[in-house]
Write a protein that binds this ligand. Structure first.
Ligand SMILES: Cc1cc2nc3c(=O)[nH]c(=O)nc-3n(C[C@H](O)[C@H](O)[C@H](O)COP(=O)(O)OP(=O)(O)OC[C@H]3O[C@@H](n4cnc5c(N)ncnc54)[C@H](O)[C@@H]3O)c2cc1C
Length: 461
């Protein structure tokens, strides 16, 4: 709900309810009880958004307010326009997108993984886990525009393997100069490249990886490696200047996977095309070509053959924010449905007076709050484990899709109107069930992480 809405103790009421001032309403009735009882209960009029924000520590409350304000001021005005533009060629992003990135960089949204003076997070904020801060931001951005959100967040994903190595030298050489550029408004974006034309799920779960013949291969050269092959569906890969690219060493399998820091200006590297996809259209999903790209030894991140481990840890960090995307889309759908039910009249009265509509709205509010609680609970740690991250990812995005579908039902044919924003929310939300591991793969990741416990329950033969 919109926190700017001011709630009053109105005399009026929705059909089937008493006014808040009626002697039988819980809020008015509470006034007749002692000050102690009144202090123990919370019946002050407030929006759910404010109530939930107030449960966060103060620095995260401020972060949530800032993220909402940025989303409203910078993402919302561009959202429908960017979604409806014709598919733009690689290297020719629209001005509106470049402006948004410059604003986001200057506002610190692309450098907030590190504290000041290295990045833009305040030290008070930085005391709270990175993944929780990401989830708060991602929800607010998704609520307004899935495409712009993905472009901003794919950058965090691309940086994650470097941050995870914890190597101060890599931070100094690769991250800090990019951060300085971003804070000046220059778009030095990062991207994360694991998916290959022959390998989506297989690079996200060990059983498939064990059978996989890697498509991008690194051949030893003097002082470095030559990379050959193709990656696909790389978010922001068409705009990124630095990419964390995972490749197998020549003649070896996936256990040799190594993470290389590739610059977009290295000879032989090319973003060949972007997919014309159903949702999140402001973010390009790029196919990348590596034609004998020379990558020096100094650009190997975390050491040779450490790529698989880095990949899995990156996914444990990134799946909770994808769950938060689901929360943002569910919230967007709920807000749109609530507004519609209040503004639309049927038989001479607002739709929201109909109790069947109220039941539907209550379901949407509850489902959205529940998945937010799951995300916040899972993200309240610096080291989210696989089962928590994967469970949140598949459950929250599946529930979000149900909430968006309820909103579609409520709006009827208006749901299909681009200007109502709901059909875009539907298209954007559907993608979250597919990327960062399909929801099937995330279900299996939950079981994989619980394997010992499951096996222990099987009685001995
Ligand atoms: C918008 C978007 C952005 C993306 N961004 C990035 C990015 O930035 N970087 C990147 O590297 N990748 C990215 N991807 C790739 C994404 O992570 C993969 O699409 C995803 O992992 C699914 O792979 P796939 O499409 O090849 O499906 P497949 O692996 O071909 O799966 C097809 C079907 O088989 C099922 N399946 C596969 N294996 C199993 C199994 N063992 N058991 C049960 N079912 C199984 C899947 O669940 C699915 O239903 C992105 C994708 C999209 C759509």
């Amino acid at each position: 709900m919109n926190p700017s809405i001011t709630l009053s103790n109105a005399m009026s009421a929705l059909d089937g309810h008493l006014p808040a001032t009626d002697v039988l309403s819980p809020r008015a009735a509470l006034q007749s009880l002692s000050a102690i009882t009144r202090g123990l209960m919370a019946y002050q009029p407030d929006t759910l958004w404010n109530t939930e924000t107030a449960r966060l520590p103060a620095p995260l409350q401020r972060l949530r307010h800032r993220a909402r304000a940025f989303a409203q001021q910078e993402l919302a005005p561009r959202a429908l326009q960017l979604d409806a533009l014709p598919h733009w060629p690689v290297g020719q992003p629209p001005e509106a997108l470049k402006d948004m990135l410059a604003c986001a960089g200057r506002a610190g949204w692309l450098t907030d993984m590190l504290p000041a003076p290295f990045g833009s997070a305040s030290w008070r904020e930085y005391r709270h886990p990175l993944v929780l801060r990401s989830c708060i931001k991602v929800e607010e951005f998704s609520r307004v525009c899935g495409g712009q959100m993905l472009l901003l967040c794919a950058h965090t994903l691309g940086l994650a393997p470097i941050l995870l190595t914890g190597n101060p030298n890599d931070l100094r050489r690769f991250v800090l100069p990019a951060f300085r550029a971003l804070q000046r408004g220059e778009p030095h974006l990062f991207a994360f490249a694991i998916t290959e034309p022959g390998a989506g799920s297989d690079v996200e779960e060990g059983h498939g990886a064990a059978q996989l013949r890697p498509g991008v291969v690194a051949r030893r050269a003097d002082g470095g490696w030559h990379l050959n092959g193709r990656k696909c569906f790389i978010s922001g890969g068409d705009m990124a200047r630095s990419l964390t690219v995972f490749a197998a060493l020549e003649g070896e399998g996936m256990a040799s996977w190594t993470c290389f820091l590739v610059r977009s200006d290295m000879p032989g590297f090319r973003a060949t095309r972007t997919e014309l996809k159903m949702g999140m259209r402001a973010s390009g999903a790029a196919e990348l070509e590596f034609d004998n790209v020379f990558v020096p030894d100094s650009h190997v991140l975390g050491g040779l053959r450490k790529g698989w481990a880095l990949n899995r840890q990156t996914l444990n960090l990134s799946r909770l924010p994808v769950a938060a995307m689901g929360v943002g889309f569910a919230q967007a759908a709920t807000d749109i449905a609530l507004d519609y039910a209040c503004r639309t009249t049927l038989g001479g009265r607002a739709l929201v007076h109909d109790q069947a509509v109220q039941l539907c709205l209550a379901q949407m509010l509850a489902e959205t709050s529940t998945i937010r609680a799951l995300v916040w609970q899972g993200a309240r740690t610096w080291a989210p484990r696989q089962s928590t991250a994967s469970m949140a990812k598949f459950h929250c995005t599946d529930v979000a899709m149900r909430v968006v579908t309820l909103a579609m039902d409520l709006l009827g044919s208006h749901a299909l109107d681009h200007s109502q924003r709901l059909e875009k929310v539907y298209r954007d939300c559907r993608l979250t069930q597919i990327f960062e591991g399909t929801n099937q793969i995330n279900r299996l990741a939950l079981i994989e992480d619980q394997q010992e416990e499951v096996l222990a329950r099987i009685p001995p033969a």
